[in-house]
Design a protein around this ligand. Structure first.
Ligand code: PRP
Length: 205
């Protein structure tokens, strides 16, 4: 049996739909249930940012998670397959009327993605003060908490509605099937069989 950690929300729903397709039946988590067993798989429903943790510690063999979350977490995991859905970018956002310039001595950047942000600016040797927030990031420049933000952009609507615009993309993201390293070797046939079924289901959708 393979245990698979799925995030709550859109990526988790799209993942389950894909498993429904390969198992050729419909199923879903009970309203507050966190474990679901179907067709030889055990699915765990966890918070988005917790998926890599479950897989890293082998509480789950596999997981589905956005590349942005994977990069931010920095854990050593096997990336098996780009599932293609959950597409978004991690972008620098600034006020609509401003232009991106890095000529000031330092910038305050609000984000919930501290690691991606720190890496990006340090690679460019741009000094920044990172202000860690947990949500509503778009608010920070409007009230003088930060000069810019680094955040997820999917449709761009949240930035637009708050007078911000994406000024530079740091990375593109989509949902990835990931594996624990030991599980990958110990259950290689099962894992690779699942990967090819998922690939096939994606190709035919
Ligand atoms: C993300 C992000 C933005 C929004 C962008 O938040 O932080 O606020 O989505 O989407 P848009 O470009 O389509 O407007 P999310 O809804 O994932 O919630 P979270 O802050 O809890 O991660």
């Amino acid at each position: 049996m393979l245990t698979i950690a799925l995030p709550k929300g859109r990526i988790g729903d799209d993942s389950l739909a894909l498993f429904e397709k390969i198992l050729d039946r419909t199923f879903r988590f009970g309203e507050r249930k966190l474990i679901l067993e179907e067709g030889g798989f055990r699915f765990l429903r966890v918070r988005n940012q917790d998926v890599p943790t479950y897989v890293f510690h082998q509480a789950a063999d596999l997981g589905v998670v956005g590349l942005d979350v994977l990069e931010e977490g920095g854990l050593d995991l096997v990336r098996l397959l780009d599932l293609g859905f959950g597409r978004c970018s991690v972008s620098i956002g600034i006020k609509e009327e401003e232009t991106l310039d890095f000529s000031k001595p330092s910038y305050r950047v609000a984000t919930k993605m501290e690691n991606i942000t720190r890496k990006f600016f340090s690679q460019k040797a741009i000094p920044v003060e990172i202000i860690k927030l947990y949500g509503s990031i778009e608010l920070a420049p409007l009230v003088g908490l930060a000069d810019m933000i680094v955040d997820i952009v999917e449709t761009g609507e949240t930035m637009r509605q708050n007078g911000l615009k994406p000024a530079l993309d740091i990375m593109q993201s989509s949902a990835y099937l990931i594996a624990n390293k030991n599980s990958f070797f110990a259950k290689k046939d099962e894992v690779l069989d699942l990967r090819s079924k998922l690939e096939e289901a994606l190709g035919g959708s």
